[in-house]
Write a protein that binds this ligand. Sequence first.
Ligand code: HEC
Length: 134
Amino acid sequence: MKNLPKILLLGISAALMISAGLKPQHMLIKKSPEVSVADSIKKIDKATGLIVDKGLDIVTAHCTGCHSSKLITQFHTDRAGWLEKIRWMQQKQKLWDLGESEPIILDYLAKNYPATEVVNRRASLKNIEWYKLK
Ligand code: HEC
């Protein structure tokens, strides 16, 4: 019987700690915005991870069957480079003739995944004084 208050106290403090721990987390979940940072710049299609733009449905139909869209989003090149990649897949990877969809796909890719990805690149450093590590 002597131990009962101790146990009670432990129970209460545990309950307090749990509720204190849960509260901020709960609020955080509520407050977190529906869209991610990337979405605020360019809308990302949730299903494919590709940028929402004209031609997305065609690109999704032709380009996500064999491999993850990550191969596309991680690859940046100009229109000629994309055409070259498509030709390479057609020759080596059994990619079919894209027909009338090809220019639409190329427009989409060259616009949304161009050669220069400005967003993640800082300007090159200038006037650096290099020093020898001792
Ligand atoms: C018939 C299957 C198939 C289809 C459809 C297909 N690909 Fe591919 N693709 C491949 C294969 C196979 C690879 C090589 C994967 C690897 O290296 O792991 C590849 C690789 C790639 C790469 C990476 C190239 C590199 O050098 O890193 C890109 C980019 C790419 N595909 C884009 C596309 C685009 C854009 C389309 C739609 C026009 C498309 N793919 C449709 C089969 C396909």
